[in-house]
Design a protein around this ligand. Structure first.
Ligand code: HEC
Length: 168
């Protein structure tokens, strides 16, 4: 019993003492697209870089990303991408929906490009991020009451529509 406890403590200690088991950035583990890069792109880039969105190219699949690797390295190192015009060195630094990259994420991307953009095991690829269908969203909004021109008048005299407001 005591021995079992000692062993599990030992196991825990060795995990703590050897962070390379959990860190993607150690020399032992290769940084790969599927395991390390795709999650970052999903979180920080695909809001704009996906098919039919505002940015010039999609950054969803490995095949999408590969030709842009050098440009991505350049843009993240110079912090031009993702667009985030808040000075990292002064003032409030915690924002909801912070789209900027952490230093660790930039480091991961740079090392990945420098290592020759290894793709990695397809099994590591995270499921594609689901984005709201913008065409449906637009239709939904335009049929709701909220954006009708009458809204402005209603806001000015809220007491009048406390009960049963109808769309006109
Ligand atoms: C808010 C929307 C937005 C986000 C988020 C965003 N981008 Fe962009 N990106 C753009 C737009 C728009 C352009 C085209 C204008 C320009 O080149 O600056 C662009 C251009 C680029 C280019 C240059 C393409 C070229 O023609 O050379 C690269 C590389 C790039 N983005 C990478 C990224 C990466 C990597 C991320 C995430 C870490 C990211 N972007 C996040 C909107 C975005």
């Amino acid at each position: 019993m005591a021995e079992a406890k000692f062993l599990s403590a030992l196991a825990l200690a060795s995990v703590i003492a050897c962070p390379q088991f959990s860190s993607a950035e150690s020399a032992n583990t290769t940084i790969t697209f599927t395991k390390d890069i795709a999650p970052i792109l999903q979180e920080k880039c695909q809001a704009c870089h996906r098919p039919d969105s505002m940015a010039p190219m999609s950054l969803v699949t490995y095949e999408d990303v590969r030709p842009w690797a050098k440009a991505i390295r350049e843009r993240v190192l110079t912090r031009q991408m993702p667009p985030w015009h808040i000075d990292k060195t002064v003032g409030i630094q915690k924002f909801k929906n912070d789209r900027s990259l952490s230093d660790a994420q930039i480091g991961t991307i740079v090392k990945w490009v420098d290592a020759g953009v290894p793709k990695g095991d397809p099994k590591d690829m995270p499921p594609p991020k689901q984005w709201p269908d913008e065409s449906k969203w637009t239709r939904l909004v335009s049929t709701s009451c909220e954006l009708k021109p009458t809204m402005r008048a209603e806001m000015a005299v809220p007491a009048f529509n406390a009960a049963g407001r109808t769309c006109m």
